[in-house]
Structure formats: C-alpha cells, structure tokens
Design a protein around this ligand. Structure first.
Ligand SMILES: Cc1ncc(COP(=O)(O)O)c(C=O)c1O
Length: 396
C-alpha cells in the first residue's frame, strides 16, 4: 500500500536516502535553508554538463536549437508543474524580476489611487511599491498585522483596510513570509480583495516546491516565483504568472520588443538568460516529482519545523513567532529570545557553542527574530540539537 506523505515525513531512513542524493560540505549544521535550495548531485552534474556544452557550442546551439525547441519545451513543463496553461507563464531570472515587472507594468492605476502594503512583505517588494507611489502618483497605505497572528486576524486586517480605504486598487501578498514563515490564507484574502475590486500580486518565492497550490483555485491572477528555493533548480531562475484573461492589465516591459504584445513573455525584463540553468530544468522537475513533489517535501519540512517549535514553545524566555495553526505553517519558522537584547548575539552563540547556522531577520512589526529553516537534508538529530541549544541558551 502506498505510504502517505505524512507517514513518510517521519521515516528517517527514507529521508537519509534523499539526503544522500546531495553533496554537503563539512562545516556548520545549516538551519538557514530558506536562502536558496541545494541541487541534487545529479542536477548539479547536469548543470555542469550544460555549462560546458553551451560554452563549446555557443550561439550555434542556442540560436538553432535552444530558442526554437528546448526553451518552448521547458516552458511547457513549467506550466505542467503548476497545472496552468502554457501562455500563463514566462521565465525570468528570479522572483524579484517577476514581481517588479508585474508591479511596474500594472496599468490599472490612476493618480490618487491607493496601493496596500503590509509589514510582512519582502523588502524589495516594499521598495517597488514606494517607487510606484513616486512615479505614478498613487498613495501607499501601510498596515501592520496583529502579532501573534491567527487565520482570522490576517483576513480581518485586510478586510478592515479594504473597507477603510475605498481607493485601494492593488496589493502584493506574500504567500510564505520570509521572516517568520507565516503562510498567508491566500484564498480567503483573494476573495475579500476581489469583492472590493482590488488586485493581488502574489509573491510565491518561498511557496513553490513546499506547498501544493493551484493559482486559479486560489483566485490569483498575477504572481512571481523563483525556482531556486524548494524546487532545487540552479540559481538564477524564476518566472511570472499572469492569468491569460488578465494579460492586458500588465503592459509589456520597458525595452521589450522580441515578443508581440499578446504574449506573456513580453512582460519579462529582457536579458540573455542563464541558458545552461534553463536546460537543466527538465531534470529538476523530474527529480522534484520523484521525491514526491511539494506534498512529500512539505510534509517532511513541516514535521521538522513542528518538532522544534512545539518543543521550545513553552520554554520561559522563548517566543515562537508562528502560531500552532497548521494552515499557517511551513518549513520556516522563527523564534526570539525574549530575555536577551541582541538576537544576533544568540545567533552567534548558536553557531559558536552548538555549530548551528541560523540568521536574524527584522523589518516586520513584531521586531527582530531568528529564522530557522530546516532543509530536505536535515535529519531529526539536527533538530534535536537545536532544541537542546535553544533550551540551554534561553536560561543563560
Ligand atoms: C518572500 C520573498 N520574496 C521574494 C524574494 C526574492 O527572490 P529572488 O531572490 O528569487 O529574487 C525572496 C527571496 O528570498 C523572498 O523570501
């Protein structure tokens, strides 16, 4: 009988087998897998092979074969991964490229309109919205989410803003927030936004590969992603998604002339892409599926995250920043040492005293925190070491 993703998530032997597919340098235990993901050894080898091949064949291969056939197949495979139509996706260099193009080229704003920004968005997205305000004469309304957040509080904060600011037209929404890992109730927020005539640009940077979602079902028309976090692709790949019915609401990007205006690829910032990385994508998708896709990866990562958050949540001097509601959680979570002034000081001690590599994050209303992100290669033993380290450091 096939085992469910939840049963498999607890199977250390199974995940040891997965971990053996990756090369890991000796050194600190990496609990900062949120920055970017590792490629498997076979993906890294395929990437190296593609670098050498493109370097040898140069533009002859790229102009004769890659642009004509391979690039089209890769895009088709990406659309299949998302279960979206092919004309709804276009590859970019990263999530930031995709999100900034959507923000800068959204053409439904009039001077005096309002755009909404919450404290939980990614800093680059915040800057892009402030840029809009300066260049397009719109006002940025800034809101702060309640902390600790709940499923209902996240929705209520938005609906209150929607009612209070009737000129709101556009807002970014981060699916998985990068500081504490909070997973937004996207579908409910999108429904409320739609009822108020507000468009959402979804920042899916951390969602792809660890959350199983369907953009049409979520009610999302515009979104930006990368492929180098939880999918395991080489660095420098991302894509944008536009519901084909809404393509005319995003102008072609500045400088773009390669594609007709009714082609989504005209919405991407033009550049010579990382062709060897793109050529590696079919193997990346195949291996992602072979590992059980987002369902299996998400279940394993959630198990690791839940193990440490539940063990340290009640320790005096520790605040876990994500709630217990499984709808709001993923791989990433964050904690704060409430009796210690400097979170960076605690990050340093985690590294020096326990060989655990973590990172601080700040910029949200809830203040500075320490982000903990297990990866696909993290064994339960490393999580136990984290629990022990946090328990000891909290009391010192
Ligand atoms: C929430 C969020 N959005 C956007 C980005 C930007 O992604 P990229 O590096 O692909 O531009 C990141 C990167 O970590 C992120 O965490």
């Amino acid at each position: 009988m096939p085992r469910t993703a939840t049963t498999l998530a607890h199977d250390e032997v199974h995940w040891q087998g997965i971990a053996r597919q990756f090369d890991i340098a000796p050194g600190p235990i990496n609990l900062e897998n949120g920055y970017f993901g590792r490629m498997t050894r076979t993906v890294a080898e395929a990437y190296q092979h593609n670098i050498l091949w493109v370097n040898r064949s140069n533009s002859v291969h790229v102009r004769q074969r890659f642009e004509q056939t391979e690039a089209l197949q890769i895009r088709r495979q990406l659309a299949e991964l998302l279960d979206a139509p092919e004309n709804a996706v276009a590859l970019t260099r990263c999530a930031s490229d995709a999100l900034q193009s959507l923000i800068r080229n959204y053409n439904r704003l009039q001077p005096g309109d309002q755009v909404l920004l919450s404290d939980l968005e990614y800093d680059t997205v915040k800057s892009a919205l402030r840029w809009l305000a300066r260049h397009r004469g719109v006002d940025v309304i800034e809101i702060e989410h309640q902390h600790p957040a709940s499923f209902d509080s996240l929705i209520d904060t938005y609906t209150q803003a929607f009612e209070r600011y009737p000129r709101l037209k556009l807002m970014p929404l981060t699916y998985v927030t990068h500081r504490s890992g909070l997973v937004m109730p996207v579908q409910a927020i999108a429904a409320a936004a739609q009822a108020h005539g507000i468009d959402i640009i979804l920042d899916g940077a951390h969602a792809l590969g660890q959350i199983d979602f369907d953009l049409a079902n979520l009610g999302i028309a515009f979104a930006g992603f990368n492929l180098h976090k939880w999918i395991g692709a080489p660095l420098s790949l991302g894509f944008l998604y536009i519901d084909p019915q809404r393509l005319s609401d995003i102008d072609p990007d500045m400088g773009e002339f390669h594609f007709p205006a009714d082609d989504i690829r005209a919405r991407t910032p033009y550049s010579t892409p990382n062709i060897p990385a793109l050529m590696t994508l079919p193997q990346v998708f195949e291996e992602h599926r072979a590992m059980g896709g987002s369902v299996a990866k998400g279940a394993r990562l959630n198990y690791l995250r839940e193990t440490w958050t539940e063990a340290v949540r009640q320790i005096p001097g520790i605040e876990v920043l994500t709630p217990q509601d499984p709808r709001l959680c993923c791989a990433i979570s964050a904690l704060r040492f409430t009796r210690h002034q400097s979170q960076q000081g605690q990050v340093d001690r985690l590294l020096q005293d326990y060989n655990l590599f973590t990172v601080t994050r700040s910029g949200a209303g809830f203040g500075p925190c320490i982000r903990i992100t297990p990866g696909l290669v993290t064994p339960l033993e490393h999580i136990q070491r984290l629990i022990e380290a946090v328990s000891k450091l909290a009391g010192q």
